[in-house]
Write a protein that binds this ligand. Structure first.
Ligand code: COA
Length: 185
């Protein structure tokens, strides 16, 4: 393992580390938004299996990155790829970005978004959207990084009727430049 905090493409060997962050971050992000029963029943073992399958090539075009701390291991992850919805004029999508609580506010989020933007640009995608639950306060992060509010739609998830909001970046290059933001640590 490198001695400095860094971001790198995820491999199947990261599945357990990603699942640990996934479950912890969902449990701290979504109380009051997603049903308690759903959050209580999240299982690191089950998400490890899911992530192992995803990282083993389960979904074409999906790219996943991990934020790695030399002491704590995987402290965050992010995934991107082709747009899965149908917002006209945008060809990429940020599918997920989750950090362990202890890793918030250190610049990891900005660098992970930059890394995904650079990856999409490298695949000749110029633009991207992200969908975020309207009640998730982390959505202001996307506005801070220049995302433009594009759309809102209802969504049923885990038995709850929710609303999700799309933000878009028509030009990914300014975001891609933030992949190397020196403010991490
Ligand atoms: C959203 C998240 C990825 C942000 O990562 P982070 O590492 O804490 O953010 P950074 O330190 O890189 O911050 C980048 C900028 O965004 C701002 N920012 C971060 N979170 C914010 C928030 N919730 N509201 C407003 N601004 C925010 C920071 O102040 C910073 O701005 P500045 O550089 O101009 O001061 C992280 O908080 C997280 O994992 N949240 C829980 C999971 C989640 O909701 N993910 C999104 C699901 S769609």
């Amino acid at each position: 393992m490198s001695q400095a905090p860094h971001i790198r493409p995820a491999t199947a060997a990261d599945a357990a580390g990603i699942a640990r962050v996934h479950v912890a971050s969902w449990r701290s992000t979504y109380p009051g938004i997603l049903p308690d029963r759903f959050l209580v029943n999240l299982s690191p073992e089950s998400y490890t299996r899911r992530w192992r399958a995803l990282l083993g090539g389960g979904v074409r075009g999906r790219r996943t990155f991990v934020a790695v701390d030399p002491t704590d291991g995987v402290v965050g992850f992010a995934s991107c790829g082709p747009q899965r919805t149908s917002i006209p004029g945008y060809d990429g999508e940020f599918y997920a970005i989750y950090l362990h609580d202890q890793a918030h506010g250190q610049g990891w989020g900005r660098r992970l978004m930059g890394t995904m933007a650079a990856e999409l640009v490298g695949e000749n995608r110029r633009s991207a959207v992200v969908w975020v639950l309207r009640d998730n306060p982390s959505r202001w992060f996307y506005e801070r990084l220049g995302g433009q509010r594009l759309a809102e739609q209802p969504i049923n998830f885990a038995g709850a009727r929710l609303s999700e909001v799309a933000y878009g970046w028509m030009d990914l290059l300014p975001l891609a430049r933030q992949a190397a933001d020196p403010r991490v640590r």
